[in-house]
Ligand binder design. Structure first.
Ligand code: ADP
Ligand code: MG
Ligand code: ZN
Length: 621
């Protein structure tokens, strides 16, 4: 018992020496550490920070030993500015932050290097102690990783709460719906699938342009299955400080697992899932990377268990996602949610006009015809604008006239954002795509033409022709490659045949055709003149997209011969395409007028049309 009270001078002296050493390190670290953070964040005086907190302009703050970083309220969807200030000894800060509704966190000690961690635990400035104690008193230690007040911000929608959204509320995306009906079944009767030993998919990625109903579809899945729906937006995960985002992910999955079967919906997945090779926003990639890693870990985590948690995610930039996210067992299912075609648009207009009073002269089909390229959200907006105009014109019901006026307004706004085709452009695009399809139908090597569409997709493509391979092909022979080139030139050729001129829309096709021809000559040695020599140094597979143009050093004559050969190939293909289209001119008109009417032709109908395309030599003879 006496032992306890004995003084221990030697150990005490050791500790004070260590303290001395550490405090000098601390001073040094103070000088160097601030420069280690990524991009510069504007510094403001502490008094301004406190003022902003009092004015409730601050959304969140993260209090570190040397710096307080905080974010101002943003406007609408744009996040507010991030500022930083140097903390002073202010024990009331935590209370103030809490009173003013600021979500705040104390940054956990740095995991990189011992200097950071020792410093933060041994000689923390008093402000940090104050914040730390605040958390300790509040919850007796926080979740590991971050001491954070704003736990997961996931909003939970449970069935029955608010108006239940079902598949009936979504239109124009029939393919996506079909795929998601299956997901509903997984959630409702998982046993049916697990009994046979099938693995229920964990992640389904909804891919499509903004406003096409991805969020709506996810809610509809939850509504149909009658399961809780946890929703969080990717941008909400992206925190200023390392550790907070990943703590949120962990927390979200914990909550969800307790309520299984359920759906976790991550909107704007690209905000966290951006490829790790590309740069980050603030503070480097560290935070996002940790959040992403945590997400991957969690998704791998509920593997064999009996909990059915399906993660739905939405993005409009699938190409920017980290490859790790798309691996089997994660988001291995992708569902395309595209802009609606004519009948889809009519159905969407129908859904959204159910809640407004329509006059007797309303023709929704006519409105749908006028709105190619509109997304579901644009159409919902159109209906609302029309209703507003009707009210302003003191009408009792919405008239067709209101719709037309609303259309002008909405289009004026949209034309800046994306492409809306006028009648003339629509016609050109239609002939162009039918040209691709008809030439493609006769050529081997390009696969079967599966779909033609003049519904604009994305910013660049005004229309498209989809060719699906009938079998896996890795080796193509010369005639097949020539066929592909002719198909690529089919669009431009159709414009020439019909209008006698070509538009800028064909430039991408031309680029691809020329590249292919050049590779035939320089890489595959398919030229009779130049012989089987590879003039191309880079070992590009023609399936890859890289256009390595590093030619072997060649003589001027050879270079000229290569150009000559490439030109010959492209020109022959061009003539071939022109001949086919000229010989089938009537069919070109028939298919195009059908396409202009329905905007999409696919399946049996397309097959029927394309089998009528006659090969040239039979016609000529
Ligand atoms: P996304 O998540 O793809 O950007 P949203 O699901 O948020 O688009 O769509 C916004 C709104 O637009 C929806 O709430 C709905 O009112 C309307 N909307 C969009 N697509 C459709 C659709 N396919 N069918 C019916 N309404 C739609
Ligand atoms: Mg959305
Ligand atoms: Zn084209």
């Amino acid at each position: 018992m006496a032992i306890k009270d004995q003084p221990q001078p030697p150990r005490f002296r050791l500790i004070s020496n260590v303290l001395l050493l550490l405090s000098s390190l601390f001073v040094l670290a103070n000088i160097f550490l601030p420069n280690l953070f990524g991009p510069q964040i504007p510094q403001v005086p502490y008094s301004l920070f406190v003022h902003q907190v009092q004015e409730q302009d601050v959304v969140r703050a993260s209090v570190g030993q040397n710096e307080i970083r905080y974010q101002l309220k943003g406007e609408g969807d744009t996040p507010g500015q991030v500022l930083s200030t140097t903390p002073i000894f202010d024990l009331d800060l935590p209370k103030l932050l809490q009173e003013k509704g600021v979500e705040f966190a104390a940054t956990p000690p740095s995991k990189n290097g011992w200097i950071g961690s020792v410093l933060s635990w041994v000689i923390p400035p008093l402000i940090f102690v104050a914040i730390f104690q605040f958390f300790m008193n509040r919850q007796g230690g926080g979740p590991q990783g971050a001491l954070s007040i704003g736990k997961s911000k996931a909003k939970v929608y449970v069935e029955g709460e608010s108006a239940k959204i079902t598949f009936a509320d979504v239109a124009g995306v029939e393919e996506a719906k079909t795929e998601l009906v299956e997901v509903v079944e997984f959630l409702k009767t998982p046993d049916k699938f697990t009994a046979i030993g099938a693995r229920i998919p964990k992640g389904v990625l909804l891919v499509g342009p903004p406003g096409t109903g991805k969020t709506l579809l996810a809610k509809a899945v939850a509504g149909e299955a009658g399961v809780p729906f946890f929703s969080i937006s990717g941008s909400e995960f992206v925190e200023l400080f390392v550790g907070v985002g990943s703590a949120r992910v962990r927390d979200l999955f914990e909550q969800a697992k307790k309520q299984a079967p359920c759906i976790i919906f991550i909107d704007e997945l690209d905000a966290i899932g951006k490829s790790r090779s590309t740069g980050g926003m603030y503070g480097g990639n560290d935070e996002r990377e940790q959040t992403l890693n945590q997400l991957l870990t969690e998704m791998d985590g509920f593997a064999a268990g009996n909990t059915t948690v399906i993660v739905l995610a939405a993005t409009n930039r699938p190409e920017s996602l980290d490859a790790a996210l798309l691996r089997p067992g994660r988001f291995d299912r992708q569902v395309l949610v595209d802009r609606p075609d004519l009948s889809g648009r009519e159905a969407i207009l129908n859904i959204h006009s159910q809640t407004v009073k329509l006059g007797p002269d309303i023709d929704l089909k006519a409105i749908a015809t006028r709105t190619p390229g509109f997304s579901g959200a644009d159409l919902a907006n159109l209906v609302n604008e029309a209703a507003l105009l009707a009210a302003r014109n003191k009408r009792l019901a919405v008239a067709q006239e209101d719709f037309l006026e609303a259309f002008e307004r909405v289009v004026a706004g949209l034309e800046k954002k994306s492409r809306v085709l006028n009648e003339k452009e629509k016609k050109i695009v239609a002939y162009h795509e039918v040209g691709h399809a008809m030439v493609g139908a006769l050529m081997t090597g390009g696969g079967e033409v599966a779909k033609i569409s003049i519904v604009p997709r994305g910013m660049a493509a005004l229309g498209y022709t989809l060719q699906l391979p009938t079998e896996d092909r890795f080796l193509l022979d010369e005639s097949e490659l020539r066929g592909q080139i002719a198909t690529l030139l089919g669009g431009r050729s159709a414009e020439e045949v019909v209008f006698g001129s070509i538009t800028t829309g064909a430039s991408n096709d031309l680029q691809k055709a020329t590249d292919l021809a050049e590779r035939m000559v320089t890489t595959y040695g398919m030229s009779k003149v130049l012989g089987p020599l590879a003039y191309d140094r880079s070992q590009q597979s023609f399936l890859g997209d890289g256009m390595g143009n590093a030619r072997r050093a060649v003589s001027a004559q050879t270079a000229e011969a290569i150009d000559q050969e490439v030109k010959e190939i492209v020109e022959t293909a061009h003539t071939q395409a022109l001949d086919i289209l000229k010989a089938n001119r009537e069919l070109l008109e028939t298919i195009t007028s059908q396409l202009l009417e329905t905007e999409v032709i696919e399946g049996e109908k397309l097959h029927e049309f394309l089998t009528q395309v006659k090969p040239v030599d039979k016609v000529v003879a």
